[in-house]
Design a protein around this ligand. Sequence first.
Ligand code: FES
Length: 135
Amino acid sequence: MTETRVDTRASGTAVGVFNADELEPGGVRAVQVGRVGVVVVRKRDGSFRALRDRCPHQAAPLSEGPLRPKVISSGPGDYGISEDREILHCPWHNYEFDVDDGISPTDPKKLRVACYPVTVVDGVVTVHMKGKAAE
Ligand code: FES
């Protein structure tokens, strides 16, 4: 895991974790932001998302699971691939989490992973956290 620059001037803490060009679209990388393990993913459109790197089921590292397009369906026999939604699969029991909101399509009311804002600042992927989590 990699930790680089810490900027506490804004509200919360922004931590630069790696250069954006180090992760190709479709890539997944584990980073440590203070005390929190975070998984950064890069979607097919090149944008980044950051989620807690801990499955809510039995605490598997989600960074070890594959990132795949979300399967969509309007009913039995009709299946397709979402153009813009992507799913991170847990490596242990294959629970799925939408990387845009951390919600599991399997049980959207109960299964969710924390998401963190992520930006690219001067070419560096930067994860933003509130409170003392990133200290
Ligand atoms: S630990 Fe993730 S689905 Fe079981």
